[in-house]
Design a protein around this ligand. Structure first.
Ligand code: T4K
Length: 373
């Protein structure tokens, strides 16, 4: 087996051949439109809507600003029910809107918000639910919508991990009132930094576009204190090229995950998530869960051992967001309220996964995990 000489990180951004990107750059230099709904921006919105099978999409500079804006689009206030098992940006978007996060525990199968625990957390101040399709695995969208309908709540999905995912034959972004995407370097589809909001009607799309451009609704009309969160032309151009390679990249990811699943299948104390039903996955992440008693080594010991061998997995999502100082004081951050989330967060390591990860590298990673002494 070839030695793992170079560090292997949890991910490596996919980039097209530079030569493929140069003509786009030349065009930007030629026409001098760098941002503000330029031609590549318009083209990428059009191509993404077709590619994903969604009615309307609005591009953003990054996923966090898209989340912050999505809450403003629907005028969300008061309290929002959300998950502690996510990247911190999910809850920060509430903080930036002066909204109180109310953490609800996750379900043990996929680590998504547990719909059966939502109702108990609803108060007269609750206006919305902000679940996350963690690792790109669909939330229980049907049950969440039922609860939202009964209580008159909006649903905004943090779909940062879920680019390209289909559930029951259609884009996962077609569920809920809005879905928020991230095109960060570490995502399956990247524009270096980038993001988007998916919505279902033209009027909402218009409002989103105003809000991401300072609130301008015309040369001299400002309809709200919007922000500047526009995607620029370089990002949009990169997105157009990336899209051409999306399917081949996902196919490679699929093979890598199949290999991990096969090679780690019978390791006592190591488990992983099942394949979600009725879902076309994007194979974005490969989390494993370490049961210290059965495996004979703690999650952190394995994490360190991998690092000593030049393998840099990540503990997504540890610590829970509810453990960070700015949220820890909330009633809903009480660990007794979040037992499943804590349990999963204490066991998880996301293993490296990216299209050019080579077979010998996967074997090297799994060999370290299987020889746990
Ligand atoms: N909601 C959810 C559920 C999210 O997961 C995220 C972002 C957001 C919202 C917010 O979306 P954005 O505003 O980011 O669009 C990373 C990403 O920075 C973050 O985008 C992502 N989630 C999160 C899950 O992971 P870190 O702190 O782990 O990133 P970093 O820089 O340590 O990168 C991980 C590894 O990737 C590095 O060790 C090496 C490799 N890498 C990374 C970058 C940035 C590269 O090889 N090249 C690169 O350019 O947060």
């Amino acid at each position: 087996m070839k030695k793992l000489e170079n560090p292997i990180y949890v991910t490596q951004p996919s980039l097209p051949d530079l030569q493929e990107f140069i003509p786009y750059l030349e065009q930007i230099w030629e026409n001098k439109v760098l941002t503000n709904n330029g031609p590549f921006h318009q083209q990428l919105e059009k191509e993404l809507a077709e590619f994903l099978g969604i009615p309307y999409i609005s591009l953003f500079a990054n996923g966090t600003l898209a989340l912050v804006t999505a809450l403003q689009v629907l005028r969300i206030t008061g309290e929002v029910i959300t998950t502690p098992y996510s990247f911190v940006a999910t809850t920060h978007s509430l903080w930036w809107n002066n909204i109180k996060p109310v953490f609800v525990d996750i379900e043990p199968q996929f680590g998504n918000l547990d719909p059966e625990k939502i109702e108990a957390a609803i108060t007269p101040k609750t206006t919305a639910i902000l679940p996350v399709h963690v690792y790109g695995n669909p939330c229980n969208v049907k049950r969440i919508q039922e609860i939202a309908d009964i209580y008159g709540l909006k649903v905004i999905y943090d779909a940062a991990h879920a680019f390209g995912v289909k559930y029951k034959g259609q884009s996962i972004f077609n569920y809920g009132d809005l879905s928020v995407l991230s095109f960060h370097a570490t995502k399956v589809f990247n524009t270096m930094e980038g993001g988007a909001i998916v919505c279902h009607d033209a009027a909402t799309k218009k409002r989103i576009d105003y809000l991401k451009n300072f609130g301008f609704a015309g040369e001299t009309t400002v309809m709200a204190p919007g922000i500047n969160s526009k995607m620029n032309e370089m990002q949009a151009a990169l997105g157009l090229v990336q899209l051409k390679h999306y399917h081949e990249n996902i196919a490679k990811r699929k093979v890598i995950i199949q290999t991990y699943r096969e090679q780690l299948a019978d390791i006592k104390g190591i488990s992983f998530l099942p394949e979600p039903e009725n879902t076309d996955s994007n194979y974005a992440y490969f989390p494993i869960f370490v049961n210290e008693k059965n495996y004979g080594m703690s999650r952190d010991q394995l994490y360190e051992k991998l690092k000593q061998n030049n393998i840099y997995g990540r503990r997504y999502f540890y610590p829970l967001i509810s453990e960070f100082p700015m949220y820890k004081g909330l009633d809903s951050a009480n660990p007794h309220n979040l037992k499943t989330a804590q349990h999963i967060a204490d066991k998880v390591i996301c293993l490296p996964i990216y299209p050019v990860l080579e077979h010998f590298q996967i074997q090297g990673i799994t060999k370290i995990i299987t020889s746990n002494k």
